[in-house]
Design a protein around this ligand. Structure first.
Ligand code: FES
Length: 167
């Protein structure tokens, strides 16, 4: 349970500067949600206009990214959070919210952030998956799993705020 008197409680994640959301450097901070509504080890979706955001409280701090899987955009808020790692509900991809990187490639395979190809795979105990040839397989093969992009975050008077680009 979050202790609101603990000054470390509301620390924000120091994400890699190169992974900042484009256009957010001089953007205005917008209130998202009360910090108390995102206890340690949890995450939730917050929608602002057309933006669906994932607000998570990891052991390294509070983080805000798009609520879209870096693979095929499924809402990560429907997945699960284990430490810094969020698991996508769609293709078993697992992604590190603290580093921005991929921990486990999706079952569909595809390209990692560096452009290296990874084949399809099946979870332990299931039949090996055979990807039939064709346009869909080609699309899966060429889908690149990107790194997270981060919104700058701060906590003001118990409210989590993020810098959201306005144009
Ligand atoms: S959409 Fe998340 S792993 Fe595919």
């Amino acid at each position: 349970m979050t202790d609101p008197t603990d000054p470390r409680t509301d620390k924000t994640l120091a994400f890699p500067p190169a992974l900042r959301v484009h256009g957010s450097r001089h953007a205005a901070f917008v209130p998202l949600v009360a910090a108390a509504e995102v206890p340690a080890g949890t995450m939730r979706r917050v929608t602002i206009g057309e933006l669906d955001l994932l607000v998570a409280r990891t052991p390294e701090g509070i983080v805000v990214v798009d609520d879209r899987c870096p693979h095929m955009s499924a809402p990560l808020s429907l997945g699960s959070l284990d430490g810094c790692v969020v698991a996508c509900p769609l293709h078993e991809g697992r992604f590190d919210l603290c580093s921005g990187g991929t921990v486990q490639m999706p079952t569909t395979g595809g390209l990692d952030a560096d452009g290296t190809y990874h084949p399809t795979w099946s979870p332990v105990g299931r039949e090996p998956k055979v990807d039939p040839p064709g346009l869909k397989a080609e699309a899966r093969r060429l889908t690149r799993v990107r790194r997270f992009r981060y919104y700058p975050v701060r906590v003001v008077d118990g409210t989590i705020e993020a810098a959201l680009p306005t144009d």
